[in-house]
Design a protein around this ligand. Structure first.
Ligand code: ZN
Length: 315
């Protein structure tokens, strides 16, 4: 393993402390915290060939047990797509050409097109890319962000929901995304919030997530890729980070003093006992179970995904 791959992909510091040695399936998977900037990362990173094969062929299958989404997956993804559309609505006027990266089963790209935008979905998984094309009739390209070179067309808006955490080098990915934006383009990013307290300590690290962001480390990564925040916050329940960026100046990475120590202290405070002792955890579990049950029942009578999405209220 070259030494550079053992350094932090954000600030290049080699100083790191292990915070977990298992993924949420219980398999060996070491996650470290950068002691300079506070970015969490898998260590060592898997190599690129391994990653490409994983996403092209295996990821959705391993993740959900299917190659194509089932009805209840579509219902859940449609709700997420509607929430994201509502979040981004203030930015959408006049932004016609849109790229949705890591489009999954394509619900967001479908809704964008339904609302008059010209959205292209980019999805690395063959099964899902085929589903987007055939079931939703949304323009789709099967591939990765790295497949869009500098000669690619530019976009008025790019969304990447739950994508950056899968990249071994998020600054390089953000830099590439910036290169795909038109001069007045915007980039919408959603990633899991590593500081979210209501997760069992054993369930925090998924082997497909190679880096893990806080609001602070995502802001640093964006700055160092020449992106300026228009909006940068946690979602309503705090589980994910929601950011909208525009092209700006590339800034050197200057982590705030103490940011990594604070993250380390909060890691030490996490425990299963603390998790189970939190009323918010039980409240969330109840709501989640109720929503899952409702989804399963509604999925029994839902129309074809395209018809369902065509009728979905966005207001
Ligand atoms: Zn770092």
């Amino acid at each position: 393993m070259p030494e550079s791959l053992r350094c932090c992909p954000l600030c290049r510091s080699p100083d790191a402390a292990a915070v977990s040695d298992r993924d949420r399936e219980g398999h060996p998977n070491v996650t470290v915290l950068c002691l300079r900037c506070g970015l969490y990362r898998t260590d060592p990173m898997p190599d690129q060939a391994e990653l490409t094969r994983f996403y092209r062929d295996l990821y959705r299958l391993e993740y959900k047990g299917v190659i194509r989404p089932k009805g209840h997956h579509v219902l859940r993804a449609a709700r997420a797509a509607r929430d994201r559309y509502r979040w981004l609505l203030p930015y959408l006027s006049g932004r016609r050409r849109w790229l949705d990266i890591g489009a999954g089963s394509g619900e967001f790209a479908f809704l964008m097109n339904r609302q008059g935008h010209q959205a292209l979905a980019l999805e690395p998984n063959r099964g899902y890319a085929g589903y987007i094309r055939e079931a939703l009739q949304v323009p789709v390209r099967e591939g990765f962000l790295d497949d869009l070179g500098p000669e690619s067309e530019k976009f008025d808006g790019i969304s990447c929901f739950h994508v950056l955490e899968h990249h071994p080098n998020p600054v390089a990915a953000l830099d590439r995304l910036r290169g795909l934006l038109a001069p007045s383009g915007i980039l919408a990013v959603e990633v899991p919030n590593i500081e979210f307290p209501y997760v069992h300590p054993r369930n925090r690290f998924h082997k497909a997530h190679l880096v893990h962001f806080s609001l602070t480390s995502l802001a640093l990564a964006a700055q160092s890729a020449g992106l300026r925040p228009l909006e940068h916050r946690t979602s309503g329940d705090g589980g994910v980070l929601w950011s909208v960026f525009e092209p700006g100046e590339v800034q050197p990475v200057r982590p705030l003093p103490g940011v990594a120590n604070q993250a380390m202290a909060s890691e030490k405070r996490r425990s299963a006992a603390r998790y189970y002792g939190s009323p918010a955890v039980w409240r969330r579990a109840f709501l989640r179970l109720t929503a899952l049950g409702t989804e399963r029942v509604r999925a029994l009578t839902m129309p074809a995904p395209k018809i369902y999405l065509s009728r979905l209220s966005l207001h």
